[in-house]
Write a protein that binds this ligand. Sequence first.
Ligand code: SF4
Ligand code: SF4
Length: 240
Amino acid sequence: MSGEKFREQITRIVPGDTFSFLCHDRVSCFTDCCRELELVLTPYDVLRLRQATGLSSSALHERYIIEEHEPEEIFPRFYLTMVDDGKASCVFVNDEGCSIYQHRPGACRTYPLGRGTTRKADKVSEQFIILQEPHCRGFQEKTVQTVQSFMTSQDLEPFNRFNDRLTAITQHRAIKDGMRPTDEQIRLYRLAIYDLDTFRAQLADNRIEPPQAVPEAVYENDELLLEFALQFIERHLFKH
Ligand code: SF4
Ligand code: SF4
């Protein structure tokens, strides 16, 4: 899609604005948005995919995740694999819809909204858009939504909370001022926040010794482990 066409499909929206939209399994476009897409995964998405599939994070990487680190990018990106079926379908879509619906990634929940954030000191500001693609029939439904009602209906709170913790790293002042992580720091970034099972095992074996104390709960609870991993990487990269 050309940049101009993409811009034509975007409307800025602020909390309190309303729009008509509903997605359900009787729309004629059902699952169209699960094909021909580039689905970037966040650390919290990977955590939820582990829960959905019962796979370890390293097995998940082997089977379902493609890692790319373009020379012009500061941090690597992680994409969900698509199937080579001529439609580049998501590995988790079937005739009934999404086979991991309860654990689907944040981007799938957010669509057709887009959420961006900017940080000033520790304050996060949100900006929203609606992406109205011609194939998406959900806009013909009469259900009136606001940004807040839509995000609540999609259970987006933990996804947004962890994404904001991630952007505290990727949009850190030092990064904006030109600091670039070393290869070793990138290796640790990937390990700690995208490969939680290996990170947990290496903490338990003292192969990684973080500057902060390791609470016992991180060995039992995935979300606490991810929170700890994000703090660890932030301190490791920025030494505070
Ligand atoms: S994870 Fe589920 S909702 Fe997301 S693209 Fe795949 S099938 Fe669709
Ligand atoms: S294209 Fe729009 S209405 Fe159709 S399934 Fe996807 S989100 Fe729902």
